[in-house]
Design a protein. Structure first.
Length: 232
């Protein structure tokens, strides 16, 4: 791990915030810890951070809004750490811009592993082959950029890796578990909500009609398939 990696911890519970700060510091991270969403956004404006850990139940601006605002400021991975485990909260958090979701109470070793995995996924990859075109969708994996009908589209690092995972195997059905292993790189204990939420978000950016997707299609009972030449 790069010793310069900085983690922003957004947690209003003093006990949990102090424990996270000490544990992350022991792992070699520089830690910025704040108790409110307003402070978190201000820190994200002032400093370049490597990752963000954010609770949902914050005083003032809640964790969902923190995710949305920080996502506009930074491509850093955002991990929600919350006691709220309802599916609607998980999906809402991911759709607000978070990359991962860890429920409280958590085991720090698991959280640390998830943090490392997210940081690895956001590191630049070695150069691949040049741009590839799929019916108006141009993907330059080596540059981390895509264009749709000639216009560049902004994706988060997770969305980009997700799209590349499908584009690397066009026409093949990938199960949610396969996507988790490829994109997230670790066992998510069978929770596939990450995949579904990120695919919904990706569809809003690359599909002419996200409600009737033609590029990343759902194969009922099996998973998803990338169509290299989408049908109208």
């Amino acid at each position: 791990m790069n010793a310069a990696e900085t983690v922003l911890v957004v947690e209003d519970d003093d006990r949990i915030r102090r424990a996270l700060k000490l544990a992350l510091a022991d792992e070699g991270y520089e830690v910025l810890d704040v108790a409110t969403g307003e402070e978190a956004i201000e820190r994200a404006r002032e400093r370049t951070v490597s990752a963000v850990l954010v609770d949902l139940n914050l005083p003032g601006i809640n964790g969902f809004e923190v995710c949305r605002r920080i996502r506009l400021l930074s491509p850093a991975p955002i991990i929600i750490v919350s006691a709220r485990e309802d599916s609607h909260d998980v999906v809402a958090g991911l759709e607000a811009g978070a990359d991962d979701y860890v429920t409280k109470p958590f085991v720090f070793k698991e959280l640390a592993a998830r943090l490392r995995a997210n940081l690895r996924r956001h590191q630049p990859e070695s150069a691949r082959a040049g741009p590839v075109d799929f019916g108006g969708l141009r993907i330059a994996a080596d540059e981390g950029r895509i264009w749709l009908d000639g216009e560049e589209v902004g994706l988060t690092a997770t969305e980009f890796r997700l799209l590349c995972a499908f584009a690397d195997q066009p026409g093949r059905v990938l199960s949610r578990e396969q996507v988790l292993a490829t994109v997230w790189g670790y066992d998510y204990y069978g929770d596939v909500r990450l995949v579904d939420a990120h695919i919904r978000r990706l569809r809003t950016k690359i599909e002419p009609d996200p409600s009737s997707p033609a590029r990343i299609v759902t194969v009922r009972g099996l998973g998803y398939r990338f169509e290299p030449e989408p049908h109208e």
